[in-house]
Design a protein around this ligand. Structure first.
Ligand code: NAD
Length: 295
């Protein structure tokens, strides 16, 4: 059994704290919302009046807050964790915050010999309720080992993201990909509807192609990721097909914001002389645009 201070009892924090209590840990909880504190107190937690009050004598301090500014305030503010934390206390920030803010918090805490790790979560509040969150642990291997027994009370999958700060980074990439894909998917479904094509037919086809299977795990594996840009499917042809799609959409009055941006990226790749390269060379174009590659 561990002693844990849990700060931030919202849609995610409340069920996560409840699961820790159910598994026998001793919790002291804090939230600016007194009703939230009372609800978790009814399940067996001790209440507190501030972050400073909550963390006394706790081995672990978990923060589950809306943004980085609030995490900073809870840790370093006038009534912050920093004033009463045990020397061997480990702060685990499970919020989704800006990675550079997270780095800044870790650096400031390290200067005071206080341990901090990032462990943001994937999935939703439904998973928080049943304890099946995906936990992306960024920390030293010692910190992850130490935190694992309590992380396992909240999640069914704990990923060691590879070091301090890497949990929040992999969370950012995952969110970027799935949120942007959501918008692209909406454009594809809208074009489908305007074309009079049933969505289930389109989904059935796309399930067997990179459209749904993803490029990372299909087209890229034996091509661009192995530095082989000989064409299985050329940039020129991808550009032509995307041009047909945007033209048809235009005639049907369907705006394709993401589609048009993608078409321009292929246009740019062609302008850079990549027309006869494999379509996975679009990665090399993106890296060049970012100064990560020269040509
Ligand atoms: P929420 O808004 O429901 O809860 C945040 C809680 O923090 C609230 O109870 C609020 O009163 C409390 N709070 C705000 N300022 C505070 C302070 N200064 N001191 C103490 N408590 C304070 O948010 P949520 O949905 O629980 O999300 C929490 C974090 O988890 C966010 O960073 C979010 O991006 C991330 N997240 C959410 C989901 C989801 O499905 N909701 C999924 C994955 C990750």
């Amino acid at each position: 059994m561990s002693t844990i201070a849990f700060i931030g009892l919202g849609q995610m924090g409340k069920p996560m704290a409840s699961n820790l209590i159910k598994k026998g840990h001793s919790l002291t909880v804090y939230d600016v919302n007194k009703t939230a504190i009372a609800e978790v107190q009814a399940l067996g937690a001790k209440s507190s009046t501030s972050p400073k009050d909550a963390v006394k004598d706790c081995e672990f301090i978990i923060t589950m807050l809306p943004n980085g500014k609030l995490v900073e305030e809870v840790i370093f503010g006038q009534n912050g964790v920093i004033h009463t934390i045990r020397k061997d206390g480990l702060i685990i920030d499970m919020s989704t915050i800006h990675p550079l803010e997270s780095d800044n918090l870790r650096n400031k805490l390290t200067m005071q010999n206080i341990e901090f790790m990032d462990a943001p979560v994937g999935r939703t509040s439904d998973n928080a309720v049943v304890g099946t969150l995906l936990i992306l642990a960024g920390g030293t291997s010692e910190q992850i080992k130490r935190a694992s027994p309590i992380l396992r009370c909240m999640g069914s999958e704990i990923i060691n993201a590879g070091g301090p700060g890497q949990g929040i980074r992999v969370k950012l990439i995952n969110n970027f990909m799935s949120i942007a894909l959501n918008a692209l998917s909406a454009e594809a479904a809208t074009l489908c509807e305007a074309l009079g094509l049933p969505l289930d037919v389109a989904i059935n086809v796309m399930k067997g192609t990179p459209a749904i299977k993803s490029h990372f795990t299909t087209t890229w594996t034996n091509k661009v990721l192995k530095n082989d840009l000989t064409p299985a499917f050329m940039i020129d042809l991808a550009h032509k097909d995307l041009g047909i799609a945007t033209d048809v959409a235009n005639q049907l009055h369907v705006p394709l914001l993401m589609g048009a941006a993608a078409r321009e990226m292929y246009s740019q790749a062609r302008a850079m002389g990549r027309g006869k390269q494999d379509w996975t060379a679009i990665l090399e174009q993106a890296r060049m645009n970012s100064g990560l590659k020269n040509n």
